[in-house]
Design a protein around this ligand. Sequence first.
Ligand SMILES: [Zn+2]
Length: 636
Amino acid sequence: MMILKHMTLYILWLLIPGCLFAEVNSLVRIYTDHDTPSLYRKMQVMGADIAAADISLGYIDVILESEQQKAFSKEGYQMELLIPDINTYAAQLRAGNYLSHFHSNDEILAQMQQTAQQFPDIVALYDIGDSYLKTIGRKGFDIWAMKISDEAAMEDPSEAQVLFMANIHAREIITPGIILRLMQLLTDGYQRDPYLTHLVDHREIWLIPTLNPDGYEYVFTGNPENRDFNNRSNPDPLWWRKNMGDNDGDTVFNPRRDGVDINRNFGFKWGIDDFGSSPKISDDTFRGVSPFSEVETQIIRDFVGMHRFIISTSLHSYSNLWLYPWGYSTTDQVPTSDLNAFVALAERCVAYNGYTAEPGSALYLVNGCSDDWLYGEHGIFAFTSEVGDPFIDGFFPDTTRIEPLIHENVGPCLFLIYAAGEEPIVTCETVSDTLAPFNSQMVRAKIEKPIVLTGPVDLDSTAVTLSYRHYDNNEFTRTSMKYDPLKMEFAAEISGIGAMGKTIYYYVEASDSKGRFGTSPIGAPAAVDSFFVQGIDRVEDDIKPASVELTNFPNPFNQQTTIRFALEKSSTIRLDIYNIRGQHVRNLAAQVYPLGTFSQKWDGRDDSGYWLDSGVYYCRLVSDDEVRVQKLLIIK
Ligand SMILES: [Zn+2]
């Protein structure tokens, strides 16, 4: 892709004589150092189209005409030419049929309708309003919202509601596919995947794959009637951001005067200043003549008003950011308890994809954006994902990047669906106990409070149980897990005794004093974690070069055998005898030995001095680095 090429080659900024390319628009990256607000202000004054920014990385990507580029260059800004001519670039993409890799409006609707038909019990599809062009009787679109939940046709007040929407900005073409993938996973996975089934059964999930179908269509078709290549300063419609609103009322669409930035038209702190939101109709961040002046924002206002969403995520591109309110101010903060929840949720999200979590205002100040309104008006934990790596993707990622970009956003979205419900979040891990025989496993569980609820979970009154079974046993054994207040975790051990060569399945349940209930893995007991009990025979098969040798003679033996071990370096050595059921019967050594060869006699007695019966025993040697096991046979 062009961006990649130019980034990796680090093409130096050249001052191109303005007279030659006066009407060329370029995508330029300008590095900001410490004067971001003043740079931003300059861009706004000239009405430049800002594509992306990351203040912590210190850049703003902006579409500039060559005269504007010269002006910035003269002021000494460090600049990088990402796409020298955005119209040539667009023409190349169109010639290569690039957009066929993304879903058109028709394909989005067809997929939603097909899914609704295929899964009538868990899917309901609603037309929630007309796009602007449709309201004026031109070729416009219905705006669709899909609900996924068990008994989708009915509302269950006990189930948390979650909202996902995409494509508020027309050119952000990677975003509808993420919503469609969520739709596909949740429906295909229902009653197959325990996690997805749990989400569908216990949440009401709403999906709006495009809120700006008019603008999206313009991007796709590049409507020739509106393209003006005689005046090359008009960017190709591929780069269109706004809706198709008729700002000047002349009934003719003109990209120099028309269109409203839907994500500046929401009615919270709308128009409080001109940072990132413009009163000028020609600007790409034109906020409309009044809050909710646009049908697209009216549709969301009314739709959200009829629901009780806990969490929402709006998908944009690009910058690899996971944003939360506020967008309108860097000095005002959301109340601390909510801020903690925003941060906790966002950090869990970016753990999936390595994005940066930060308030929207850290990107650049805006007002009238959807997240500020969703949170400010309705208290919804509203996030924006800026999908795509600024160094390799941009708005138009290479087709090989489509799948990774979708994938890296689906995980966080599924997590947010889960987190919207009032459940303790249990995370657990197993740790092999190398000192125990037969591959016993210690299961440790941590409880996190339901993030969107305020107030801590009372760990002391939280009951945590571990349930496990061997693969050939249908009954789970349940045991309570012990709370360690120092580590703030719960722990219990699953013994590998009697399970050699078998898989053990297990899950953890937690219920708190408020009666909320969570499991790890999600969807247990249909979903379980597992481990395989290798047992000590497997240790003998270990083929890694041994720094410890373990032998005994004679074997089998009657009265006494001599166990020898050779060490390549000094080590703490523990030498024990176990019976065939994995029970410890005798300790023979527990001390530091120097490099060398040593022998230890065993008389066939246990720690209490009793003779042991005939049969198989295991001698187990644990050094600092490894475990060796030798099979012994007593014959009486
Ligand atoms: Zn956007």
